[in-house]
Write a protein that binds this ligand. Structure first.
Ligand code: FAD
Length: 235
């Protein structure tokens, strides 16, 4: 997809999410995922431009600063959403923004797709859904995502009868560093060298878990030749 939009795509071995038990042979652990080198809005810009172009032809309508607060039903069928129009805001991308209301709205549609992101900016939610196979959640966590990634809409949907699955399937990284110049609260920066992280002590020996355990998907893809961690699968 990115290649068609003018991006060079690499097939990265070992960067997919391993689904097999940890003792599986290395080759079987390695998935291949297409990815571009580098991160940032440059990757999504071509798609944003296309979406904006389509929006001008009235096939797509964006509703920025419109916060969904609930689903509308006709019998058992979801037929729309309702919510709060928020005051205009010029906050920097990723920075916390005003939630002051200036109105309300309802939108009707033939189908409703909820794509409101995850829970990584809300550590209360992270702890609540922390998978038992990963033991006790860390006492201190920092956030790789902005504050708005709070899982609010997931709870709204659940409260209205939507059945969610795999809420304990989280992806956390063990190699986050506190951003000295944060954009969002507890802003974490992840050190992400290609093709994957290898953590060594001062004598060049590989560090033990959790630095290399599978609660980081990257370390999971490189650990097949080492002593397995206590749990046997990753999400
Ligand atoms: C620093 C960083 C770097 C990354 N780099 C890469 C990378 O290089 N390659 C890669 O593949 N992935 C990368 N990712 C991961 C990727 O960005 C996410 O997996 C992806 O953005 C998730 O998409 P999403 O649409 O599910 O959620 P989001 O991108 O979080 O989108 C959810 C949207 O829903 C909106 N929303 C939430 N609640 C409501 C509501 N109640 N009403 C209305 N709107 C609402 C939010 O404002 C948001 O715009 C990176 C993530 C981070 C944080």
């Amino acid at each position: 997809m990115a290649a068609g939009a003018g991006r060079e795509v690499h097939l990265a071995r070992g960067l997919g999410r391993a689904r097999r038990p940890h003792r599986t042979r290395p080759r079987q652990l390695r998935a291949e995922v297409p990815r571009t080198w580098g991160t940032g809005t440059g990757i999504s810009d071509p798609f944003v431009a296309k979406a904006r172009a389509v929006a001008e032809s009235v096939l797509v309508r964006f509703a920025f600063r419109h916060q969904i607060d609930g689903l509308l039903f006709d019998g058992d069928q979801v037929t729309g959403v309702l919510g709060t129009a928020l005051e205009p805001e010029a906050a920097r991308r990723g920075a916390p923004s005003s939630r002051s209301p200036v109105g309300s709205f309802e939108l009707r549609a033939q189908a409703v797709v909820i794509a409101t992101g995850g829970i990584g900016g809300n550590h209360e939610q992270v702890r609540k859904w922390w998978p038992s196979r990963l033991g006790t959640p860390p006492q201190k966590m920092i956030a790789g995502v902005p504050e708005y990634v709070n899982g609010r809409m997931l709870d709204i949907a659940t409260d209205q009868g939507v059945r969610l699955m795999n809420r304990d399937q989280m992806w956390h990284c063990t190699e986050g560093l506190q951003n000295w110049d944060p954009v969002w609260p507890d802003h974490a920066i992840r050190i992400f060298p290609g093709p994957s992280s290898v953590w060594l002590d001062a004598r060049g020996r590989q560090l033990p878990a959790p630095g290399r355990c599978r609660n980081s998907w990257i370390t999971a893809t490189t650990s097949s030749s080492r002593t397995p961690c206590p749990s046997s699968s990753m999400g």
